[in-house]
Design a protein around this ligand. Structure first.
Ligand code: NCD
Length: 356
């Protein structure tokens, strides 16, 4: 079991832990200067195996604003990874240099795998199409600041619900709050994975599915737009069939409530027309700025041991069973223990959450 307080999946954190991070972030928004030396002498490593602008830079900005310093790479082809070093060795080495390590990697479950052997806390900054918990913390802070609450909200999520890790993390987190209701707006091909739908229902929230923005937008508190995740499609033709299906423009905004807010994890491709940027309900740029404050709060909470996540592996080790998901980290890092959780009669991979 790991001795560190990682952030791999927000499900590992209690409601109190989540509230305390968001509350601390609100305080940092108000009094940023009083936190400027809080992480003096600490080093953050950012290991980005996949491109990222916002997430990586917002983590780096957060650490610099706390008085800490940075090491890392954003291009694995110029690191030992290009020589064939596995994830375990890279994390072992770098986590020995740093006080906290932020990782983005295209394989699902990669952050959890890294955390199993790291010698410092790991933050999951996106593991393939699986999860993106710090984007969700950003979205939660934005909701708290702009709507004043995280419960009793009607939330539309639109776009690539199948591959969009930001949506997966967001729906899992917001379904823990009472009275939230979700409208899932996507094509048939890009529907939300069943395991997330099951979580929503299990946690007592309702969802409906819709195929157009127009039919859904009339009574939403928040509309969360997402990019079609080109890099996760098997072929360019498949992507071409899905792109441009959803475009939020001023005509559609005219059908939305006056106090509905529009969020987007960014980068946007063309799912929000630029004419919408001038609408006071379009908060995606402000949301990206909140991301720095919530990451500052997370770094402090982890380095000062203020949060107490659940253990990393929750299942049982079954030696002769292997996860079948080719995007799962266990497919490339064979030394990982084959750990599976039980869900009814099914076995679920402890790393990528896919059913065996
Ligand atoms: C998202 C991501 O990386 O998953 N962006 C982000 O974190 N700011 C969304 C995306 O890539 O579409």
């Amino acid at each position: 079991m790991s001795a560190y307080e990682h952030l791999i999946d927000l499900d590992d954190y209690s409601d109190e832990d989540l509230d305390s991070i968001v509350t601390l972030a609100q305080d940092i928004v108000k009094y940023p200067r009083s936190y400027s030396e809080r992480c003096g002498g600490k080093i953050m490593a950012t290991l980005f195996y996949e491109p990222s602008t916002r997430t990586q830079m917002s983590f780096q900005t957060a650490m610099l604003k706390l008085g800490g310093t940075l090491i890392g790479f954003d291009n694995p082809s110029v690191s030992s990874v290009a020589k064939g070093e596995n994830l375990k060795d890279t994390t072992k080495i770098v986590s020995g240099y740093a006080d906290i390590l932020v990782m983005r990697n295209p394989f699902e479950g990669s952050a959890k795998a890294a955390a199993l052997t790291a010698c410092c806390p790991i933050i999951n900054a996106g593991d393939g199409g699986h999860l993106h918990p710090t984007q969700t913390l950003t979205d939660m802070l934005t909701l708290k600041m702009e709507k004043g609450r995280l419960d009793h909200l009607k939330i539309g999520v639109c776009g690539d619900l199948m591959n969009g890790r930001t949506v997966h993390s967001l729906l899992k987190a917001l379904s823990c709050y009472e009275g939230n209701e979700f409208v899932l707006i996507s094509t048939k091909e890009l529907r939300l994975p069943d395991y997330i739908k099951d979580i929503i229902t299990k946690r007592g929230c309702k969802y409906t599915e819709a195929f157009s923005i127009e039919e859904a937008v009339g009574d939403l508190d928040m509309l969360y737009m997402t990019r079609i995740q080109r890099e996760r499609f098997a072929s360019e033709e498949e992507y071409d069939r899905q792109k441009n299906v959803y475009i939020l423009d001023t005509d559609k905004m005219a059908k939305a409530p006056k106090d509905m807010i529009v969020l987007h994890p960014l980068p946007r491709v063309d799912e929000i027309a630029s004419e919408v940027d001038d609408d006071p309900r379009a908060l995606y740029f402000k949301q990206a700025h909140y991301g720095v404050y919530v990451r500052m709060a997370l770094i402090i909470s982890i380095l000062e041991n203020r949060i107490h996540p659940l253990p990393l592996l929750k299942g049982e080790i079954i030696k002769d069973k292997h996860c079948h998901n080719p995007k799962c980290i266990t497919s490339t890092e064979p030394y990982l223990p084959n750990s599976f959780k039980r869900s009814g009669d099914a076995l679920v991979c402890d790393y990528c959450d896919s059913k065996l």
